[in-house]
Design a protein around this ligand. Sequence first.
Ligand code: DCT
Ligand code: MG
Length: 413
Amino acid sequence: RAGHPVDILDRHRLQLKSFSSKPSPVKSAVFSVPSYACQRRTTLENHNTVLTDALSLLAENAELSDEDGRGVAFRRAAAVLKALPSAVMSISQLSGLPCLGEHSLRVIKDIWENGASSEVESTKVSERFKALKVLTGIFGVGAKTADRWIREGIHDLHQLQNSGQTLNRAQQAGLQHYDDINQPVTKAEACAIEEIVEKAVSSVLPGAQIILTGGFRRGKQTGHDVDFLITHPEEGREVGLMPKVVSWLEAQGFLLYQKTTRNSYLESKADGPGRPPSNMDRFERCLSIFKLPKMEKQGAKDSQNVTENCLQANQKSDEPECPEAAPDRRWRAVRVDLVVSPISQFAFALLGWTGSKLFERELRRWARYEKGMSLSSHALYDNNQRKYLRASSEEEIFAHLGLEFIPPSERNA
Ligand code: DCT
Ligand code: MG
């Protein structure tokens, strides 16, 4: 994070003051950006974190309150500010920018004039928001469940544990590994897991390939989970792969929890153009909680064999009754998502699983409203030509969509 919010604001104001007291020959230029996030290059270098953090918090609150429309509006506004080449120096620079609605502008002005947004500040301390955050921090608990619990008077983990609520298997695991799962996953940890999954995959199907997707593929240094896409260069060889990978990982003691869902995608009328677009894809997918042995003093990369060390560590560890409570625990729990795609859909899957979430949403919106096409993580369908457009790389998909290619590191909308 670039500096403390207050410092940044003060710096902005100072600069602004010098603008107004001594009219500078260089006026701060009005920004201009295209309106779809997938037309813009958004790196991780954000010059407006004070504003984007505020708008993102309101987006999160809206999403947790089942107000998706408002959530997207705030996400889009934040994304526009993330794409700006420098810090905003005056409100007038924002005129003409897309996606900044009345509400978002009010928040920005409030921060500008008062140093903070009263709406953001009151949301942050609201009991409801705090409870929603804590409860949805449990793996397997979504906004709806959290809302129901809150209405039943449950606001924190302690109250939940004493409530007699029945938890499903995912939620039990989520509660058990709560602290670990809510601690960011580092790039080094993601790389260590990549090595393990790679070993699993090549052991059960030589020639199969894995790629790290999600935020880490976009260059982020931390994430809330680790996402992998698995495929095989020969179409059809990937069938039945997931259960084998999961069995291998389970046998080696790497999984604290897993739930696999079957591939249910068919390129027929059921999933084709007649169907409303859905952002849920239907790949064979495994949602898991990984047991990652703590890396002993060595660079994650220099280890000639992370996997070997992990295997040994897992074999050494005797499982205590309450695993998270053990003080000298030599592992941590990490959320890992595995997805298997046939090679024919791989480019779409890769594009769809690289994110960011808003970038993906904008790609689908662009496809639909600007191109008359339906894009999913499986395929691209041209509604006018009434045919699927094939692609074997992300570049080809951008070309089909009439968009300039944006590399993963610039999809951080
Ligand atoms: N995705 C999407 N729409 C969703 C959920 C996910 O398009 N509703 C895609 C985009 C990102 C990718 O899947 C992985 O999802 P996350 O792990 O939630 O996102 P992330 O960018 O990897 O974030 P983090 O770094 O926090 O894991
Ligand atoms: Mg992720």
